[in-house]
Design a protein. Structure first.
Length: 331
């Protein structure tokens, strides 16, 4: 026995194992459709052997923007199984950064475990100049195998910075410091010497509101973004396509245009659950008397695409608007 923590590694793809056309291909590498071979991440980072006993768990790899609900369901079931068998001190999931925050949020809503589950990615391909994937993976494994991270729920780790899954969002398209928790800040850091410092505990990040089994049945919920002059066409299209819910990413503190508001009212009258969110990067939407009278629920401080996940899970449990609001407020 090595005495090192045992960490399961699930590789789902993304920039972290992508291979560009050259070392200078830091922007268009996805078009090569080339990846490191299976096990290539571990083989390229023998230093991992000094921090943990890492066990590769087979999983399909793809760009994160290609993931489906079925992929999410399989991933969550895999994580739940690994967390339950008692063989691992932590779990690391490599993931494309484009939708990393959505997968992390979903897992935080459905996975109940005290061992750390850490999602990690990279902003530069594996063969690119200044690639950040190797050090990000090393730090994620350190975090997942640590006692400090136990009980913190699902975490996101890039650029030495640790975020709660409920808070993390991507804020830059190319920079290596691409993730942040606007208005809230990170939970802590994994420093260059491997020192792990988590300064606070997120109140709800480790408390799932749903079950892994709820993921497969997630119904259609669409996000409609508001802007000057927006009409109700996209909302009507969502209703016509069979949406069970619509997340309105309104302006400011949750204000759609008058035309959008009329279409949302019509959607609610047809039984579609309308969740009022905001396109603003931080802050919650307050449920005004008019919103309540219109039978709209509101999103707490989360991105519209995260609200979409929460609403899709919630409407499977109940169609009672007030119960759905209570569920969302607790996240």
């Amino acid at each position: 026995m090595s005495g090192l923590p045992r960490v399961a590694l699930i590789s789902t793809g993304g920039t972290i194992d992508a291979v560009g056309a050259s070392r200078l291909d830091l922007a268009w590498y996805t078009e090569t459709k080339d990846r490191l071979p299976d096990g290539g991440l571990l083989a390229a980072l023998p230093e991992l052997e000094t921090v943990a006993d890492v066990v590769q768990v087979p999983f399909v790899r793809m760009p994160s923007y290609a993931l489906s609900t079925a992929d999410w369901s399989l991933l969550a079931a895999t994580v739940r199984e690994l967390a339950a068998d008692g063989m691992y001190d932590g779990i690391v999931i490599t993931h494309g950064t484009n939708t990393l925050e959505e997968t992390a949020f979903l897992l935080s809503l459905t996975i109940s475990t005290r061992i750390p589950v850490v999602l990690v990615g990279a902003m530069r391909p594996a063969n690119g100049l200044g690639s950040d994937g190797a050090v990000n993976l090393l730090q994620a494994v350190r975090l997942a195998g640590s006692a400090q991270a136990r009980g913190h729920g699902v975490l996101v780790m890039l650029n030495d910075t640790v975020f709660a899954a409920r808070d993390a969002t991507k804020t830059a398209t190319f920079r290596v410091n691409a993730f942040a928790a606007p208005g809230l800040g990170p939970l802590g850091h994994v420093d260059a010497d491997g020192e792990i410092r988590l300064s606070h505990l997120h109140a709800t990040n480790a408390i799932p509101a749903f079950d892994v089994g709820d993921i497969a049945g997630m119904p259609r919920v669409d996000v409609v973004l508001s802007y000057v002059g927006a009409d109700g066409a996209l909302i009507e299209a969502a209703v016509g396509a069979g949406a069970r819910g619509i997340v309105s990413a309104g302006t400011g503190a949750g204000r759609p245009t008058p035309a959008e508001s009329d279409a949302l009212d019509a959607a609610a009258a047809q039984g579609v659950v309308v969740c009022q969110s905001t396109r603003v990067q931080s802050g919650r939407v307050s449920r005004s008397p008019a919103m309540k009278a219109a039978r709209r629920v509101t999103a707490p401080a989360m991105a519209p695409w995260q609200a979409r996940i929460a609403l899709a899970l919630a409407v499977q449990r109940t169609d009672d608007i007030e119960e759905i609001q209570i569920t969302l407020d607790a996240l």
